[in-house]
Design a protein around this ligand. Structure first.
Ligand code: NI
Length: 423
C-alpha cells in the first residue's frame, strides 16, 4: 500500500504532532504507524524533515475570476462590480471559465489546497477541471434574480456531478439576499430540501446589506435565515458574514451551517471585520476562504490563515483572539465539513487521504517541534514551503511538479483568454 514516510503529523484532533508513517488504501488513510515502520510503495519520504497537515480547504471562491485578477483595483465595491467586473463577466465563454478554473486549480494545488467551494456559471467546465485535476470541490451555479433557466442549470449540474467520484458535492447557489428576491429564494430553498441539496449563499458582506434588512425588509438577519427555511437545508455555506449581528448567533450554531470568513477580500474591498471572536465563542463552525482572485488577489490559504490570525488581534487590541490552533482547524476540517466532505480534515485512520506535505528544512521552521506546529504554520509558514499535495491518496503535486496538470498549457490558455477579454 502507498505510504508517506517519517513525517511530523498534525491534525486538529490532537494537541501535539507526532512522528509517524501514513498508510493509504483506496483513497483513505488506513493506518498510522511508528516512523519508518510502514511497508509498501513510498509516495513521499519526509525523512523526518517534513510536516504533514490535513489538506487546506478554500471554502469560498470563484475560481474562474483568476482571469479578472488586477482589474479595477482600489475602486468602491459597487463601482468595481458595475464598471469592471460585470461587463467582462457578461462576455465570459465556457472556454474562458475552463481556462480560469485550470489556472486557479494550479495555483491552489501548489499551495497545498485540496478542496474548494465555488460559485459561478458554466459550472460544468469547473466540474471537469476538478475531475481532471484530481481535486475535491463543492460547486454551485450562481443564481442571481428569479431565473428558472439558471436554477435548471444548477439542478442539471447536481444531477450530473453531485457525488461524482466522491470528489464533488453540488449545492444550489442563490447569489445573495440583495440580488435574489425573497420568493425566489424560498423557491430555491424548497427545491434544495426536495432534492436533498445544500446551499451556498453570500451573506452580509457589507454594512449596506445589514441596513437593508433593517430599514427596507424590516427583518433581523437571524429571523430571515429562519423564516426562509435556509437553516434547514443539508449544508448551508454562508460566505463572508462580516455584518452578521454578534447577538444573533445561536440560530446558526448548528452542524449543517458553516460561516466562511474571508478576511483579505473583506479588507481589500473595505467591507469590515467579521466578529470572529463571537462566532467562535457561540459555537458557530467557521471556515476560511479567499473569495475570487479579483478581490484578494491570491488563492492562498496560508495567507488567509495568517491574516485571519493577525487582523482581529490588532483590531480588538487583544492578542488572545483567533488563536493559531483554531485558525488551522478553520482552514482544514471546518472547510471540509462545510463543503459536505464529512470524512476529510483529519490525518487519522478512516479519513480521506487528503494532505499537504510541508518542508520544515528551511529557516522559518527552526524551532518547530511536536508541541508548537499550528503556531509555526500560521505565523511563520508560507505556501512556498509546500512540497506535495495529495488528494484521495493521489499525489497531485510533488517537489514543484504537477502530476495531473499541464502547467505550460494552462498558463498559455489563461494568458490568451485574459488578453482577448481585456483588449
Ligand atoms: Ni464571493
Amino acid at each position: 500500500m502507498p505510504t508517506v514516510r517519517n513525517a511530523l503529523i498534525w491534525d486538529a484532533g490532537r494537541d501535539r504532532a507526532e512522528y509517524g508513517d501514513i498508510v493509504i488504501k483506496d483513497g483513505y488513510i488506513s493506518s498510522i504507524t511508528a516512523p519508518k515502520e510502514a511497508e509498501g510503495s513510498i509516495l513521499y519520504d519526509c525523512k523526518g524533515r517534513c510536516l504533514v497537515l490535513p489538506g487546506l480547504v478554500n471554502a469560498h471562491t470563484h475560481v474562474s475570476m483568476t482571469l479578472l485578477r488586477g482589474l479595477g483595483e482600489e475602486l468602491p465595491l459597487m463601482e468595481w462590480l458595475q464598471k469592471k467586473i460585470f461587463p467582462i463577466e457578461d462576455r465570459l465563454t465556457a472556454e474562458n471559465i475552463r481556462s480560469g478554473a485550470d489556472l486557479a486549480i494550479m495555483e491552489m494545488i501548489a499551495a497545498g489546497i485540496t478542496c474548494f467551494a465555488d460559485m459561478y456559471y458554466f459550472m460544468d467546465e469547473v466540474a471537469m477541471a476538478v475531475l481532471e485535476s484530481g481535486m475535491r470541490a463543492a460547486l454551485c451555479r450562481g443564481l442571481p434574480g428569479d431565473n428558472p433557466v439558471k436554477l435548471a442549470e444548477n439542478l442539471a449540474l447536481a444531477k450530473t456531478y453531485n457525488g461524482c467520484e466522491e470528489r464533488i458535492t453540488v449545492q444550489l447557489g442563490p447569489h445573495a439576499p440583495y440580488t435574489v428576491p425573497r420568493p425566489a429564494l424560498e423557491h430555491i430553498v424548497e427545491t434544495a430540501l426536495d432534492k436533498n441539496l445544500g446551499i451556498q449563499f453570500h451573506w452580509l458582506e457589507t454594512k449596506g446589506e445589514l441596513d437593508s434588512f433593517r430599514n427596507e425588509y424590516k427583518i433581523e438577519p437571524a429571523d430571515y435565515l429562519e423564516q426562509t427555511g435556509l437553516l434547514g437545508v443539508k449544508e448551508l455555506i454562508l460566505a463572508h458574514c462580516v455584518w452578521h449581528p454578534a447577538d444573533q448567533l445561536s440560530v446558526v450554531a448548528r452542524d449543517n451551517v458553516t460561516f466562511v470568513h474571508n478576511p483579505k477580500s473583506n479588507m481589500k474591498l473595505g467591507s469590515g471585520y467579521a466578529p470572529i471572536k463571537e462566532f467562535i465563542s457561540s459555537g458557530v463552525r467557521v471556515a476560511l476562504g479567499t473569495d475570487g482572485a479579483a478581490s484578494n488577489n491570491r488563492l492562498d490559504m496560508w495567507d488567509e490563515m495568517r491574516f485571519a490570525a493577525l487582523v482581529h488581534k490588532g483590531y480588538h487590541l487583544d492578542p488572545t483572539i483567533a488563536g493559531a490552533r483554531g485558525i488551522l482547524k478553520m482552514a482544514t476540517v471546518n472547510g471540509a465539513c462545510g463543503a459536505g466532505f464529512r470524512d476529510a480534515g483529519f490525518i487519522k485512520a478512516g479519513q480521506r487521504a487528503d494532505m499537504v506535505i510541508v518542508d520544515m528544512d528551511n529557516p522559518r521552521y527552526v524551532g518547530c517541534d511536536p508541541g508548537n506546529v499550528p503556531e509555526f504554520v500560521v505565523y511563520a509558514g508560507s505556501s512556498r514551503d509546500v512540497r506535495a499535495t495529495i488528494v484521495n491518496g493521489n499525489v497531485l503535486y510533488k517537489d514543484g511538479k504537477f502530476n495531473t496538470l499541464d502547467s505550460e498549457k494552462i498558463l498559455a490558455a489563461a494568458s490568451r483568454d485574459r488578453r482577448s477579454l481585456t483588449s
